[in-house]
Design a protein around this ligand. Structure first.
Ligand SMILES: Cc1ncc(COP(=O)(O)O)c(C=O)c1O
Length: 397
């Protein structure tokens, strides 16, 4: 690693000898692209979350695009989502010629607000899909969102880029809506470097996505090249995309999936330590907690009234102490493209703006040592003290 040894990275993938051997086996197999390993990864992932089937894709962005395409989203339609997300959640609607209607997050959280959603749905006809995002692995209020979607006749696509595994009483996040999309990007809890998975309840939607994932072919390359009886003939039934996940990456995913339970436990234990260390401190506000939280992110909020510096300077000071940090998210409606397209001012979504202005994402990854967690805690407490915050002992005074 090029970083100095006491630098605590913001995120680090947990890749072991199992992943290395699995990739070597694919390299030596003579079949590198989508084939046996990808089919096995899909089956194993589907079994894990209790879905009838799963489709592996080369990113969650591709998966979200396929999901909306399969729902028939196009010009004249609206897709509702929160501005508190990564850009592709909304961009895929624009790829299909649809417009995005943003809806604020909850008053205290990072999740789509069902009350604001109800108002958006009441005021706008032509909403074809809602994309709630389980930001950081904290589950959205799916019961209320699904009920509103049912009443207004729209589909729900869960953005589970951060939400594997989030096991709720009703089932895993990603299996509750009409479709669910996961990311295996390099910083995600289980990773394939780049990659994703899509679920759909409806078999017709799955078939459509399978076709569109591979150029609109009537069957996969795997079927055409690998059997003695294979025919070279194929037809193209749609103008599809190239969104398949190669076996080289699926092989990594299969090994990561076996470790997902352990990864989750490790993240939970880091989150518990942060909650304990920062709880009750006058400079900090804790992120909302949920028993099913996947803790992909630990987003600490600052209390500006207790500090002489704002979030940006606090970030820089903490980073200068050797702590890798990030901010999730810069709300989309404050970015050039989205603010211009829809004439949105930052104050249009006050909850999203409040969260953004006070949030810092701390390092949280499986494999992080107890000493590294303590380094983060000490550095954050020290930064708060240097920025004029009274210590935790004075919190109740
Ligand atoms: C909430 C959210 N949705 C979607 C994506 C897109 O994921 P991918 O990089 O796999 O395309 C990301 C990426 O980080 C994300 O954070």
């Amino acid at each position: 690693m090029s970083q100095s040894s006491d630098f605590v990275p913001f995120a680090l993938p947990s890749i072991g000898p199992e992943e290395e051997e699995a990739v070597l086996a694919v390299l030596r197999s003579g079949w590198l692209t989508t084939g046996k390993a990808t089919l096995a990864f899909e089956a194993e992932f589907a079994a894990y979350v209790g879905a009838p089937a799963a489709l592996a894709v080369n990113s969650a962005t591709s998966g979200l695009h396929l999901a909306l395409e399969a729902l028939g989203v196009g010009p004249g339609d609206f897709v509702v989502t929160s501005p508190y997300t990564f850009v592709s959640t909304a961009a895929v609607a624009r790829h299909l010629g649809a417009e995005v209607l943003f809806c604020d997050v909850t008053p205290a959280g990072y999740d789509l607000d069902p009350e604001a959603l109800e108002a958006v749905l009441r005021m706008n006809k032509g909403v074809k899909a809602i994309i709630p995002i389980h930001v950081g692995g904290y589950p959205c209020r799916m019961g209320e969102i699904l009920e509103l979607a049912r009443r207004h006749g729209c589909a729900v696509v869960e953005d589970c880029a951060h939400a594997f595994p989030v096991r709720l009483e009703e089932g895993f996040a990603g299996t509750l809506g009409d479709l669910g999309v996961y990311s295996f990007y390099a910083t995600k809890t289980i990773t394939t470097g780049e990659g994703g998975m899509v679920l759909a309840r409806d078999e017709e939607l799955r078939k459509r996505m399978a076709t569109m994932r591979s150029h609109g072919f009537d069957r996969g390359a795997w079927d055409r090249y690998t059997s003695k009886k294979a025919s070279w003939r194929y037809d193209v039934v749609e103008a599809g995309y190239k969104y398949n996940l190669p076996d080289l990456l699926a092989a990594i995913g299969r090994e990561q999936l076996k470790k997902a339970g352990r990864f989750l436990e490790e993240r939970r234990s880091i989150a518990s330590r942060y909650l304990e260390a920062f709880g009750g401190h006058p400079a900090f506000e804790l992120p909302p907690v949920h028993p099913a939280h996947a803790w992909h992110l630990f987003s600490l909020r600052l209390r500006p009234e207790a500090l002489r510096v704002g979030r940006d300077e606090f970030f820089e000071r903490l980073q200068a102490k050797g702590i890798g940090l990030s901010v999730h998210f810069i709300p989309l409606h404050t970015m050039a493209y989205w603010s211009k397209r829809y004439g949105l001012r930052p104050e249009a979504f006050p909850n999203a703006l409040d969260r953004f202005s006070r949030t810092i994402s701390l390092p949280i990854w499986q494999g992080m040592s107890a000493a590294q967690v303590e380094r983060v805690v000490e550095a954050a407490l020290e930064t708060a003290a240097e920025a004029g915050a009274p210590g935790p002992a004075a919190a109740g005074a």
